[in-house]
Ligand binder design. Structure first.
Ligand code: GLN
Length: 552
C-alpha cells in the first residue's frame, strides 16, 4: 500500500544514547501538527523482544499500553502526550516483530521456496510496516524514530530500509540527526568532532542527514553552526540548537527559536497550512515548570528502584507525568518522593510514620511478591490517617486486600498472585488467564488495552469524570474476586466502576463521608493523561491532596 507523496522524517541518534531522540520526534510531531498536518509518530526498537511487555521495568522503564492493548516502549507515551492523541499498533515495531512475521511466512511457504535473507526480505518487511503506518488515519507526515545510535549493529537494517525509502521517494524523505556536542570540563569549549564522525559513519551507510539537532549543555553558537554546516554538508538554517532544558515540554518552544517547523516544511516542499500557534502549549509548559507555584507533596510507594532512583522514575513515567499535569492545572507544583515499599515492611508504626508528612499517597502498578506488605502498610496508614490515596491497578487490588484484612477482619485475605492457598483469595486470577499461566504464555496475554467502565451515580469517580461510561486502558491478570464483592460492600467499600455487565470491579472507593479521597482503579488512568487534558481522577486526587495541605 504505497503512499506516494506521503512524507517521512527519520530521526536518528549520533555520538551516544540518551540524547533525547524521543523528545525531538515528539516535538517535530507537535510542531507539524500545529502547522495543520496530520502526523503519526513511529518508534522503531531494534531489540529482539516482540514487544516491551515481558521486560522488567528496571531494565527498560515503563511499559506503555496503547489503546489497542499493544505493550510498547515508554517513548510511545511521550508521543501520545505531545500529539494529544492515540497511536496504533502500526506505529510501533521491534526487530522481534519484524522477524516473527518473516519467520511465520517462511514456515507457511509464503516465500515460495526462496532463500529468505536480511536483504531484501527483512528490509522490505520494515518498509512495508512503515508504509502501513503512513496509511493510517489520514496521516500526511510520518516521523519515525530509529532507536539506538549510529554505529550499532542492531539498527542497521532499519537505516537501510530508510535509505531505500528515500531512493524510492527522493522528494518525500528527510533525515534528522540528533547528535551530542560535549563541552569537556578541561577544555571548556563545545566540540563538534564527535558529531562530524557520527555523520561520516551515517554517510558510509549511504545516508546524508538533512537536519542536525545539536544537543548540548549550552545553545550552539553561530561559529559552530558554520563549522558543522560545512563539515557535515547540512544547510546552516537546518542546524537546530537544542540546549539542556528544565522540562521536556519546553523542547518544541525552543526548537521554534531556530524556526524548525518552517525549515522542515521548506525541506519537505509543503506549504504552511496555518500559522503554528503554541499558545496553549506555552501556557502549559510555563505552568508545569513554575518553580514558584505552591507545592503539593506526593509519595509514590513502589518497588522498581533497586538500581537507583533514576530507574524508578522511568518505571513510572506516565504516573509522574499524570501527577504533574493535574498539579499544573490546579496551579501547583508536584513534589514527588519515592518511598521504597520494602522499607515499610518492618518497624511497624515507626516505619509508616514517614508517610504522615505527605499530602497524598500513590501505590502504582506492579507484579509479584516483593515489597507487598510494605505497600499494604502504606495503604492502611493512608486509610486510617485520612490521607488522600490513589491506587493504580495493583494499588487498587492491594487497597481492597487491606480493607478485607483490617475492616472485614479476614486476616488471611490476599491475592493468589502471591499466595495460591490463601484462605480468602480476595483478588484472584482471571478465568481466561489461568490457561496462559499454565502454558507459560506470558507475551501479550494479559487483559490489555481499552475496556468500557460504567460509573455508579453519587460516587467520587462519577463526579470526577462527569460521565456515566468511560474507556480506560488495562494491563493485568488478576481481578477482585466476585465472591467477596457483597461482603466488602456491606463493610463500606464502594465499587463505583464496573464492566458494563457488572462482573468486573474496575474502581473501588470509600465514601467521602468516611475518607477525603481513597480510590483505586483496576485500569491505568495514567496512560490517557495528556498535557492539555489532564486525567480527571488524577486531578481530583491532587485537589484532595491540596485541601489536606491547607487543613494541616
Ligand atoms: N499484578 C497485578 C495483576 O496482574 C497488577 C498488575 C498491574 O499493576 N499492572 O493483576
Amino acid at each position: 500500500m504505497t503512499k506516494e507523496g506521503h512524507k517521512y522524517i527519520f530521526v536518528l541518534g549520533g555520538v551516544m544514547s540518551g540524547v533525547g531522540k524521543g523528545v525531538v520526534t515528539s516535538s517535530i510531531g507537535l510542531l507539524l501538527q500545529q502547522k495543520g498536518y496530520p502526523v503519526n509518530l513511529v518508534k522503531v526498537d531494534p531489540y529482539l523482544n516482540v514487544d516491551a511487555g515481558t521486560m522488567n521495568p528496571t531494565e527498560h522503564g515503563e511499559v506503555f499500553v496503547l489503546r489497542s492493548g499493544l505493550e510498547t516502549d515508554q517513548d510511545m507515551g511521550n508521543y501520545e502526550r505531545f500529539l494529544g492523541r492515540d497511536l496504533v499498533n502500526d506505529d510501533y515495531m521491534t526487530s522481534g516483530m519484524v522477524y516473527q512475521s518473516i519467520i511465520a511466512r517462511e514456515r507457511t511457504l509464503k516465500y515460495g521456496g526462496k532463500c529468505v535473507e536480511a536483504i531484501p526480505h527483512v528490509r522490505d518487511e520494515i518498509i512495508e510496516r512503515m508504509e502501513a503506518a503512513a496509511s493510517y488515519n489520514g496521516s500526511r507526515i510520518s516521523v519515525i524514530e530509529i532507536g539506538g545510535t549510529i554505529g550499532d549493529f542492531q539498527n542497521i537494517l532499519f537505516i537501510e530500509a530508510a535509505r531505500v525509502l528515500k531512493m524510492k521517494y527522493p522528494e518525500d524523505v528527510l533525515f534528522v540527526m540528533v547528535s551530542y556536542l560535549p563541552v569537556p570540563g578541561s577544555i571548556g569549549e563545545m566540540k563538534t568532532k564527535p558529531t562530524q564522525m557520527a555523520i561520516r559513519q551515517l554517510n558510509s551507510y549511504g545516508v546524508q542527514p538533512d537536519f542536525i539537532v545539536a544537543r548540548s549543555k549550552e545553545p550552539v553558537d553561530e561559529k559552530r553552526k558554520e563549522k558543522l554546516s560545512i563539515s557535515c554538508n547540512v544547510l546552516k538554517n537546518r542546524i537546530i540548537s537544542a540546549p539542556d532544558i528544565k522540562s521536556i515540554y519546553d523542547a518544541p518552544i525552543n526548537f521554534e527559536k531556530d524556526k524548525l517547523s518552517d525549515a522542515l516544511l521548506d525541506a519537505l516542499k509543503l506549504p504552511e497550512k496555518r500559522r503554528a500557534s503554541l499558545a496553549a502549549w506555552k501556557k502549559f509548559s510555563l505552568a508545569i515548570a513554575n518553580e514558584k507555584a505552591p507545592r503539593v507533596n506526593i509519595a509514590i510507594v513502589g518497588k522498581y528502584f533497586d538500581t537507583g532512583d533514576f530507574v524508578l522514575a522511568d518505571a513510572y513515567l506516565s504516573v509522574i507525568e499524570a501527577i504533574k499535569f493535574s498539579a499544573a492545572k490546579l496551579g501547583r507544583r508536584a513534589d514527588i518522593t519515592w518511598i521504597n515499599s520494602k522499607d515499610l515492611e518492618h518497624g511497624g508504626a515507626k516505619a509508616t510514620a514517614v508517610l504522615a508528612k505527605f499530602n497524598g499517597i500513590i501505590v502504582p502498578g506492579g507484579f509479584g511478591e516483593s515489597g507487598i506488605e510494605g505497600k499494604l502498610n502504606a495503604i492502611r496508614f493512608a486509610r486510617e490517617k485520612k490521607i488522600p490515596y490513589f491506587g493504580l491497578c495493583y494499588g487498587m487490588q492491594l487497597m481492597v486486600i487491606e480493607y478485607a484484612r483490617n475492616v472485614l477482619k479476614l486476616k488471611d485475605a490476599n491475592t493468589t498472585e502471591i499466595k495460591k492457598s490463601a484462605v480468602d483469595p480476595v483478588v484472584d486470577v482471571m478465568l481466561e488467564q489461568k490457561k496462559h499461566l499454565a502454558d507459560n504464555k506470558y507475551g501479550g496475554t494479559m487483559r490489555l488495552g481499552v475496556y468500557p467502565c460504567y460509573l455508579k451515580k453519587g460516587t467520587l469517580a462519577r463526579a470526577a469524570y462527569k460521565k456515566e461510561l468511560v474507556e480506560e486502558r488495562h494491563r493485568h491478570r488478576y481481578e477482585i474476586n466476585q465472591a467477596y464483592v457483597k461482603p466488602l460492600e456491606k463493610a463500606g467499600l464502594v465499587f463505583s466502576g464496573t464492566s458494563p455487565d457488572s462482573v468486573l470491579m474496575e474502581i473501588a472507593e470509600l465514601p467521602r463521608s468516611v475518607h477525603p479521597f481513597m480510590l483505586g482503579t483496576q485500569f491505568h488512568p495514567e496512560f490517557q493523561a495528556r498535557p492539555l487534558a489532564p486525567h480527571p481522577l488524577f486531578t481530583e486526587f491532587i485537589r484532595a491532596a491540596i485541601s489536606r495541605k491547607r487543613k494541616k
